[in-house]
Design a protein around this ligand. Sequence first.
Ligand SMILES: NC(=O)c1ccc[n+]([C@@H]2O[C@H](COP(=O)([O-])OP(=O)(O)OC[C@H]3O[C@@H](n4cnc5c(N)ncnc54)[C@H](OP(=O)(O)O)[C@@H]3O)[C@@H](O)[C@H]2O)c1
Length: 373
Amino acid sequence: MQAATIHHQPRLRHRLPPTTAAPSRRPTSIRMSLRDDGPSLAIVGVTGAVGQEFLSVLSDRDFPYSSIRMLASRRSAGRRFTFEEREYVIEELTPDSFDGVDVALFSAGGSVSRELGPVAAAKGAVVVDNSSAFRMVPGVPLVIPEVNPEAMDGVRIGKGAIVANPNCSTIICLMAATPLHRVAKVTRMVVDTYQAASGAGAAAMEELELQTREVLEGKKPTCKIFSQQYAFNLFSHNSALQSNGYNEEEMKLVNETRKIWSDNDIKVTPTCIRVPVMRAHAESIKLQFEKPLDENTAREILSNAAGLVVIDDRATNSFPTPLKVSNKDDIAVGRIRRDLSMDGDYGLSIFVCGDQIRKGAALNAVQIAEMLL
Ligand SMILES: NC(=O)c1ccc[n+]([C@@H]2O[C@H](COP(=O)([O-])OP(=O)(O)OC[C@H]3O[C@@H](n4cnc5c(N)ncnc54)[C@H](OP(=O)(O)O)[C@@H]3O)[C@@H](O)[C@H]2O)c1
């Protein structure tokens, strides 16, 4: 029941200096990933928070590749760095960037994806897109490999396609909720999120760090990424509010859950909050079931689910935290308890933490790419 609890500081990845090694936690002597028979890759947005994590995950998982094109904006073009003992030059992203590319991992924002995702797919690449540009487009698979791998049917290398990576909060939520849903059928979910700076990219992480220093030094905090003070504060998610009072991040949880679970009747009501945590999101999730499910059975199901780790030790008050999951692949689940506000075993409360740059973005995308191998 109790998982390893390693406390460590989140790894801060700032923008690449002119020559810097891309992060890698593997030994440096043997490189198995560069192989003639591997697919040719393109990483779009390689200098960003998710782009950097793509490199880390590809390396950690020995993803085979015959070549990688490192792509970013004109601002970064020409910068050099080393990845797996080879020097790469960052290229400016253009429509020609995808000539001969088999798999393109996109994380440069929605407008870049909208403009060049279809171009890459038309040139034969399988695009795995981290933005929200195509998630709700009918016919575009929206995939969490542990949850709905069947959505990838028919997608293969050599046949251009766009596959969408779900929103990070959706991935973290459904990784925990789906194993229970499969057994007891979830009819309603109340999801409250506590979202980290890293979810808003590398510049937001830098702003939180800067503001924290400024506030401690008695200075006025610099607000560029967020419109209000972030350090020592929390606020409603910064995405646009809609006419129904929910913001875009919340509606992603509602709509993406319906698509991924192929269930337009599932009721989801989220509240998304930005908290001054550097990396990894937390979510409090209340599940209502069609069939009864007691908490011990739920704990057993979650303990055996792929990609999950249960941290649920009431005796020591040890439960998931953002620090425990930072830079980790698994989503952590704890506070598993019967919902006292509901009769019988028809409601369950859980608390979930996940590294949203990793499983919420880069890892999930690389797992999708692995399904093509
Ligand atoms: N952060 C997360 O946890 C997370 C999770 C899920 C999905 N996503 C999505 O992933 C995408 C990137 O997020 P991020 O957090 O990695 O952002 P980020 O740290 O701000 O990085 C943005 C990246 O996009 C590149 N870029 C921006 N404009 C470009 C252009 N016109 N042409 C080519 N490249 C361009 C940037 O290159 P330069 O350095 O050259 O400017 C940089 O590499 C977004 O769509 C975001 O919604 C993020």
